[in-house]
Design a protein around this ligand. Sequence first.
Ligand code: GAF
Length: 382
Amino acid sequence: MSTTLVKEVKKKFIENFVVEPLLIFSPGRINIIGEHVDYNGGYVFPAAVDKGIAAAIQKSDTGNCTAIALDLDSTIKFELDQLKPSKEGSWENYVFGVVAEIQNRNKIVGDFNIIFKGNIPGGAGMSSSAALENSVVFGLNELFDLGLTKTEMILISQKAEHNYVGVKCGIMDQYASMFGIKNNALLLDCRTIESTPYEIDFENHQLMLINTNVKHSLSDSAYNDRRSACESIAELLEVETLREVTEEDLETIINKVTPENYQKALFVIQEIDRTQKAAKAIEANDLEKLGALIYGSHNGLQHQYKVSCDELDFLVDQAKKNKHVLGARMMGGGFGGCTINLIVKTEAEAFAESASKAYKNKFDKDCSVYFIELSEGTHIVK
Ligand code: GAF
């Protein structure tokens, strides 16, 4: 958690609204493996991190609400009975969406003011959106005694993203951000929305992120397209999600789907399997195996699911050339954002430096390197 961020939103809140706010920190997430399988009912392996959103929130008695995004130096005023989505890409949709979804559950939210600021780099694929949604729902639940469970809160955050932001996301990001445990990753079964914590201590190895600092457009529509391709194949096979399907089942409809969509469904089946194997590899402390599964995941995301991009592929290729990196892959929705690397601790700085140099030479832009700590989920800061 960033104490500086929390202090900053608190100070700004008191300056603006002259009352003590409730303070919330809501983290972003990484994902060790299990990409694009959450909306297919599969297994994912995320963890909350020490970067996220700090929010200061309190009831308002002025007859309307104010939300301030400090990072963007942007303020909006709104009324609770007139909520509708703003234009695509507007940050306020995350706030409006959460409030609207709470109202849809017949819970009464009163007027409130909120100020927030984050330190998750935009477009990094580390879920600043889920962190923001969770901070809003968590804060409102507390302020207005809504009695929502954490699971209800993340379902509200997810629906906000579907209906106000327009991305038909799965549940992984909201779950990891809400339920994160310090030093643990969560093997999450997205069918039951229940997880098993795995303490992550790779001893001589560590996880390192490299941000391509690119976010290619079309990523939201490509995401939704893939989700609906998976859903239509599940429908053809008369199952609820691709989680229920084996490679043999899939073969039975090979002539009824395009080769591209066949590969996508195959990827999903294989990625769910890789994620379960990754959990076993962690249990057995078999990091070579874990690394190989991580590389396998990238290969599928690049060639079968087709959600990677040149910059991500380049960074994974750099990793493959370095014997100290056991595994690397793109992380999150794709089309930009970060790679996650499993690397020998003492070699991490040197690899970061050489990969950054090569990246700059190739693309004439900088990438950024993050060493992250696995942290607790959304919480009140006293
Ligand atoms: C994005 C989505 F929000 C998640 O639900 C998940 O599908 C991820 O992409 C890909 O694994 O972060």
